[in-house]
Design a protein around this ligand. Sequence first.
Ligand SMILES: [Zn+2]
Length: 226
Amino acid sequence: GGFVFALEKRGYVKAGPWTPEAAAEHPEAGADIVGVNCHFDPMTCVKTVAMMKAGVEKAGLKAHYMTQPLAYHTPDCCCQGFIDLPEFPFALEPRILTRWEMQHYAREAYKAGIRYIGGCCGFEPYHIRAVAEELATERGILPEASQKHGVWGSGLEMHTKPWVRARARRDYWERLKPASGRPLCPSMSTPDSWGVTKGHTELMQQKEATTAEQLRPLFRKADGKH
Ligand SMILES: [Zn+2]
């Protein structure tokens, strides 16, 4: 069996103890695998699991550690993560991590002692390949899909344009700050914060389709917020 906690970004289980204590003191403490899934970006999840690991070890317990973060940058998220972002769920593309950022994530997760390093919403096959490639030495194997390209852009060595050939190296991609190409867009959003949580009537699921009449007040409420 598994147990799922809803974590707020600042590291507290909702209305509960701080993450390190939660990992060790919850009645279900002693789980074989401890980690986090979804809702926040890779580095937020790595930091959270590092805190959980510290809590588990402080309690004298042992566990394996895992992360399955989003493939989206979420520096502007608060309590509920990316669900509160105005771009959720159909306009999140500008936030997607590059393959190089995924390699960074894999390395940091590994350094934090995490050995189940995966991904949740937004991950594409090339992201998982990047994770596997970053840890190829540790795993002693390259993923099969590495046959399709050269690592760290080495395939560009054969590019016709010399300035593109100049990008056939690791440090170029590691240092790059990719532009968004969207001059009228902000770099961060203001997350929705309706204060609606478990038990609230607006959160109740109904069996029938939502009617136009039921949606109207929600649209009005949303428009009043932006
Ligand atoms: Zn997810």
